[in-house]
Design a protein around this ligand. Structure first.
Ligand SMILES: Nc1ncnc2c1ncn2[C@@H]1O[C@H](COP(=O)(O)OP(=O)(O)OP(=O)(O)O)[C@@H](O)[C@H]1O
Length: 289
């Protein structure tokens, strides 16, 4: 049975800092959370520090950006002291990240089939022929119709939704325990969005993965995730169980909820989100479990 109570990840007092001409800018300002085998949503407006949080977990912040924390533990590994070599292994085997636009992540001069096959060969001791069969099975697993044909296509020949599913297939090759998805569906139209979400959902349920789902769309996240961190100005202002979002207390969360159109209870005008400078100064709410 999958152990659902052990934390896959513990992050305490994480900061991401960028030096600037005027001093420094803290994109993430001391946030704490843990991840179990669950769907954890991170929501907030543009610039609130969601992507930097996701990238910091895999130490993918580009220089001169700096990551500091009191603790960053992924299973048995202390991420704070892990070398770049160890981090590459972690990124390959334990945790993967799906970005918003797959076109930037796929190699433009290799066919889809070649990319998946090469990735499989790099991770497993199998023959090229078996790798090809597995690649077709993987495309099939992420609901790609006619996988044989898709194997021969190049990234520019596939649609956004298909590209995103191919990326998910690639990310699953090492069978990671943690998947970080940064706005994975925001470039897709609604029906394709749902297909990609279904695939991610199945992965958490069937493989017992922990998913960090980053989005600016509170509505989407509340339907899809188990627990939600609401970020504002680099801090976590509120933590909610998705099913209890209607009980959210923080005015920023309430504002995000009220600025979403509701088809069942339409309002003549949506609320404009008002901001209070005090929100940015309040201490970050802990989401450790
Ligand atoms: N290299 C950099 N130097 C200075 N500031 C940076 C740098 N990279 C990012 N930032 C700032 O860090 C803040 C957080 O960025 P981040 O990408 O995490 O936001 P986000 O919540 O994911 O927003 P979005 O939804 O737009 O992606 C932003 O204000 C951004 O301008």
């Amino acid at each position: 049975m999958t152990d659902t109570m052990t934390n896959l990840l513990d992050i305490e007092n994480l900061r991401v800092r960028f030096p600037t001409r005027q001093g420094h800018f803290d994109a993430v300002r001391g946030i704490s959370f843990s991840l179990r085998r669950e769907r954890l949503g991170i929501v907030g407006e543009s610039g609130s520090g969601k992507s930097m949080t996701g990238r910091a977990i895999l130490k993918l912040i580009r220089k001169p950006g700096q990551i500091t924390a009191d603790r960053m533990q992924m299973g048995g590994t202390n991420l704070l002291t892990a070398s770049e070599r160890q981090m590459r292994q972690i990124r390959g085997r334990h945790a993967s990240m799906i970005m918003q636009d797959p076109k930037f992540s796929l190699n433009p001069v290799m066919s889809v089939g070649q990319q998946i096959t090469e990735a499989l060969l790099a991770h497993e001791k199998i023959s090229r022929r078996d790798a090809k069969t597995r690649a077709i099975e993987m495309l099939d697993a992420v609901a790609i119709r006619g996988p044989d044909r898709v194997m021969d296509l190049y990234p520019h020949e596939v649609s956004g939704g298909m590209g995103q599913r191919i990326m998910i297939a690639m990310m699953l090759i090492p069978d990671p325990e943690i998947l970080i998805a940064d706005e994975p569906t925001s470039a897709l139209d609604v029906s394709v969005q749902l297909q990609v979400l279904e695939i991610l959902d199945k992965l958490v349920t069937d493989r017992g993965m922990g998913l960090i789902f980053i989005s600016h769309d509170l509505n989407l996240v509340s339907n899809f995730c188990d627990r939600i961190l609401i970020m504002y100005a680099g801090r976590v202002v509120e933590v909610c169980q998705a099913g209890r979002l209607h009980e959210a207390q923080h005015p920023y969360t309430r504002g995000l909820l009220n600025s979403v159109p509701d088809l069942e209870h339409p309002r003549p005008r949506l609320d404009v989100l008002k901001r209070d400078p005090a929100w940015a100064e309040a201490p970050s709410v802990s989401a450790l479990t």
